[in-house]
Design a protein around this ligand. Structure first.
Ligand SMILES: C[S@@+](CC[C@H](N)C(=O)[O-])C[C@H]1O[C@@H](n2cnc3c(N)ncnc32)[C@H](O)[C@@H]1O
Length: 476
């Protein structure tokens, strides 16, 4: 049972009343619901069938086409083959709402200012049909690694990853983005059901400190937004200081207006009168998601539109040379590698025209061809892993590239035959039987593209990436 600290209960009672406080305590003693978001590249019928073998049952969520509640088999949902291959993502229902409200198209240059571990970045990419320019930033390098893992797992090829203080990023991108998500760090009262430790550190001083960061992140976001562009501000907390009061301060100083937020779950209007103090009436357009009413986590979602220009901030750009070149498929540096891959796997060359390529020493990355190359030198990574150049100067494809290109592959496929081969593959072992020819293969099992492996006299050596091997995978 989670102990909720006195600081929290007193705050809730004082601001929202006795009933709210006791509903909060009751709710956080209950079991959280599990939801998944199915990737648009998954064949839903096949996935449903595969999941029944794990005893998993799903129920559709009204108003969110790819969202499902897991009604049976919750303990298995993070251990399936489909999960590890990115056919779906485990994400709370409330956490899916900010990206849906932002709803970027492939044409929108989109920024996710506080992006790790990537629930919303991977969802934003899906909404953009995995095309165009998505910039995913986070201050924490450790969390950025998880973000990149999720980007790879979910086959995202339109994201560039940055590791910057969000409040300083406006020095680089002046009125550049069409859509921005500020899913801010917060005091996490809405997710205390999952994150009980919040109770240990939660106090009003901490909340004021976080609210200051949120304000700065919003200011930076607004500076980076084009006039007419849209910004969604979201938190997973319930306090007034981190939600309505931050927005009120912003509206006093910056040229933005709130617009209506329509949500497919039950929600309440944000407050515009706090202990007799009247806030900007536009704030009523933002929504509070109250956990026991929505049957998910507590969230706050507001949408702002920029109505006028903001003054420019200039960061020192001299340290960041634009040294990452984005190469077209027919550029001299990459053409031969692609041509070899095309011949070797029987992939039509035109498939590569959709992408641009980046070579960083031996590693090659690929990104959607429409990615806009501004300040490339700032990025930790642009796009996702395509492959690595080996000692014979040939490109060995990465699992992600294999998954994306797999459907075009006519040659050098390896089909796994049974469960035990599959187990060996996921462990990174060698499947000891003869294969038609030697060299790298794209590995399939039951229509699923698993990744790559190398055939030799010994058999087929799995190249299933180490980062993916740490997860428990159950083979039904
Ligand atoms: C609520 S979490 C984001 C969750 C993420 N949007 C998702 O859906 O997976 C907030 C994130 O903000 C990051 N963060 C905290 N301070 C920041 C800052 N000043 N600039 C950028 N990111 C920051 C944290 O590292 C954390 O990953």
């Amino acid at each position: 049972m989670i102990e909720i600290g006195k600081n929290i209960t007193e705050y809730l009672r004082e601001n929202f009343g006795d009933e709210y406080m006791s509903r909060f305590v009751e709710f956080y003693d209950s079991e959280p619901k599990t939801h998944i978001r199915i990737s648009p590249r998954s064949d839903k019928q096949k996935l449903f069938e595969a999941l029944t073998h794990y005893g998993i049952e799903l129920k559709g969520v009204q108003g969110i086409p790819n969202a499902y509640e897991v009604t049976r088999g919750v303990d298995m949902v993070g251990k399936t083959i489909d999960y590890i291959l990115g056919a779906y993502y485990i994400q709370s229902l409330s956490s899916m709402l900010p990206a849906l409200v932002l709803n970027p198209s492939p044409k929108d240059k989109t920024l996710d200012l506080c992006a790790a571990p990537g629930s919303k970045t991977t969802q934003l990419s899906e909404l953009m049909s995995n095309r165009g320019t998505l910039v995913s930033n986070d201050i924490s390098i450790d969390r950025l690694r998880v973000l990149m893992y999720n980007i790879d797992k979910m086959n995202v090829v339109n994201a560039g990853v940055l590791n910057k203080k969000g409040e300083l990023l406006c020095g680089f991108f002046d009125e550049y983005f069409d859509r921005i998500l500020v899913d801010a760090p917060c005091s996490a009262l809405g997710i205390i059901q999952k994150k009980g430790e919040v109770s240990n550190w939660w106090n009003r001083n901490k909340v004021s400190g976080i609210a200051e960061i949120q304000y700065k992140l919003l200011v930076s976001g607004i500076r980076m937004l084009k006039v007419g562009g849209e910004l969604v501000y979201s938190t997973c907390t319930l306090t007034l200081e981190e939600n309505e009061l931050v927005l009120n301060k912003i509206l006093e100083k910056y040229p933005v207006e709130l617009v209506d937020v329509e949500l497919p779950v039950e929600s309440r209007e944000a407050f515009t009168d706090i202990r007799g103090v009247k806030l900007n009436p536009g704030i009523s357009k933002a929504k509070r998601i109250v956990p026991w009413e929505a049957g998910s986590e507590g969230f706050f979602v507001a949408k702002l539109v920029k109505s006028d220009k903001t003054d420019k901030r200039n960061a020192d750009k001299s340290r960041f040379k634009n040294d990452i070149k984005l190469l077209n498929a027919n550029s001299r540096d990459i053409k031969n590698y692609l041509s070899e891959i095309s011949d070797y796997y029987g992939i039509e060359k035109s498939v590569f025209d959709d992408y641009r390529f980046i070579q960083r020493s031996k590693d090659i990355y690929f990104v959607d061809g429409r990615w806009d190359s501004i300040h490339t030198g700032l990025f930790n990574r642009i796009g996702s892993k395509f492959g690595a150049v080996d000692k014979k100067n040939r490109v060995q494809l990465h699992m992600l590239a294999a998954q994306i290109l797999g459907k075009y592959v006519a040659k050098n496929r390896a089909e796994l035959k049974n469960k035990s081969e599959l187990e060996i593959y996921f462990r990174g072992g060698v499947i000891r039987r003869p294969f038609d020819s030697k060299g790298q293969k794209i590995v399939f099992y039951d229509d699923k593209i698993l990744g790559t492996a190398v055939a030799s006299d010994e058999g087929l050596k799995s190249q299933f990436p180490r980062a993916f091997r740490t997860q428990e995978i159950v083979i039904p």
